[in-house]
Structure formats: structure tokens, C-alpha cells
Design a binder for this molecule. Structure first.
Ligand code: SF4
Ligand code: SF4
Length: 228
């Protein structure tokens, strides 16, 4: 699939997700940024979309900031979400994936605002709460939103199945190299480099039985997106 087709599908999926989320009463608002941590992950397709945005808006210097402020203890995934679903479906053992909640803020967070807000990773977009996390100390998320988030993350990986998943700083660092970007856009990526994991298609969706009926209309919407 052509890169532009994948980017168009990504935009459509984000539109469907935002519409879904609009039915919930959420406490999330501008300058509320306790969730903007150094542990955010994303796919290479989302990273490419961010670089496109940085280039178009003369913000490419953000790549240097991301590299400079990348936290040494940031979360680095060992498996992608589709691989994880696959392992769980086969009753396999998931690798230990330690995550330090004190890893610090996201490298691009500026004055409690996101300079990439319009094109932020889905992992940021889907982090929502019914109550302000600063007062509760945790995100209060409807279990159905959690299920929908997993399903979207799985499909986002699916459309970028030839790409990689990784920490925000590592994916952006990889794509900051023009040669890597060229290889990615022409579909010529090899094995995942250190710090990133290979994406794969969806084999099994992580949907608990109690959400199967309710999620069906969203699945129909996702599946109705036509390439091109
Ligand atoms: S998830 Fe929590 S910290 Fe993040 S914007 Fe929403 S309420 Fe604020
Ligand atoms: S990319 Fe933006 S929304 Fe996501 S964690 Fe960083 S500052 Fe927050």
C-alpha cells in the first residue's frame, strides 16, 4: 500500500475515533498535561505524519529537541500491540516490560501545551479521563474506551504492518535520518533497529466478550475505510 494511502486511512481513523470520543464527558482540557509523559509510544506511520507537519510548519527543529530531551528511562516496548494480542491468544508468556511512571515529561511539552497537538500520536489522543488526573492521581477511563483504544491501536499497527513501533523519541529519532525516511516512504525497511519493534498485521482483536456487541458499529466503520 502506498504511503499516502496509509496516511489517508490514518486520518479517517482519527476522525472516527474523535467522533466516538465526543459522546463522553471528559475532564481533559488545554494545559492539562499530567499525562504527557516520556513513555508515549507510536508507529512509524504516525511519526511520518508528525515529521510532515513539522516540515510544513517550519518546526523541524523540534526533532533536535526530542533527541536532546529524550529521557534515559523512557519506556521502550519489547513487543507491538498486535504481537502482544497474538501471544495472549496462544496463552504464551509476555515479556517483562518495565515502565517508569517517573520517567519525566514528554520532550516536546512546552508550557503545559503540545506543539504537535493536531498530529499528536494516537497514544496521546486516546489518553483521556472523566476526572482530572491531577486530583485523582490516575486516569478515570470508561472500560469501553479502553477496549476501543486497543482496537484502534491494533488497526493503526495493521495499516503500518511493514513499519515499526517504539517510544516517541526513538521513532522520531529513526525518522529524523533522511535515509531512513526515504526507505520508509518507499517501503524498503528491513528488520527493526535497536529500540524499535517490528509491526505486524492484526490476527486477533483484544475485545472482551462484554464489549463485542457494542463495538461492532465502530468495527464496521473502520472496515468500511477504502484504500485510496
Ligand atoms: S488524561 Fe488526565 S492529565 Fe491528561 S488531559 Fe485528560 S484529565 Fe488531563
Ligand atoms: S506528543 Fe504532545 S500530547 Fe503527546 S505526550 Fe507529547 S506533549 Fe503530550
Amino acid at each position: 500500500m502506498e504511503l499516502n494511502t496509509k496516511l489517508a486511512i490514518l486520518e479517517r481513523m482519527i476522525g472516527i475515533y474523535d467522533e466516538f470520543l465526543s459522546q463522553f464527558d471528559l475532564a481533559c482540557e488545554k494545559y492539562c498535561a499530567h499525562c504527557c509523559s516520556a513513555n508515549v509510544t507510536l508507529t512509524t506511520l504516525e511519526g511520518y505524519r508528525i515529521i510532515d507537519h513539522l516540515e510544513t510548519n517550519n518546526l523541524i527543529g523540534q526533532l533536535e529537541t526530542i533527541a536532546r530531551l529524550a529521557h534515559p528511562d523512557r519506556f521502550i516496548p519489547k513487543v507491538s500491540i498486535n504481537r502482544m494480542a497474538d501471544i495472549c491468544a496462544r496463552d504464551g508468556d509476555l515479556p517483562e516490560e518495565p515502565m517508569d511512571p517517573e520517567a519525566g515529561p514528554c520532550p516536546v511539552l512546552t508550557d503545559d501545551a503540545c506543539p504537535l497537538y493536531a498530529v499528536r500520536p494516537f497514544g496521546c489522543r486516546c489518553m483521556v479521563s472523566a476526572r482530572n488526573c491531577a486530583t485523582t492521581g490516575f486516569a478515570d477511563m470508561d472500560p469501553f474506551i479502553l477496549t476501543v483504544n486497543d482496537v484502534f491501536l491494533q488497526h493503526l499497527e495493521h495499516i503500518d504492518a511493514q513499519g515499526y513501533t517504539g517510544n516517541f523519541a526513538d521513532v522520531m529519532g529513526f525518522l529524523a535520518d533522511p535515509e531512513n525516511r526515504q526507505n520508509y516512504s518507499s517501503g524498503r525497511l528491513g528488520g527493526a533497529p535497536t529500540g524499535l519493534v517490528a509491526n505486524q498485521p492484526v490476527f486477533v482483536l483484544m475485545i472482551p466478550p462484554e464489549h463485542r456487541k457494542r463495538i461492532q458499529p465502530l468495527l464496521d466503520q473502520i472496515r468500511s475505510i477504502q484504500p485510496g
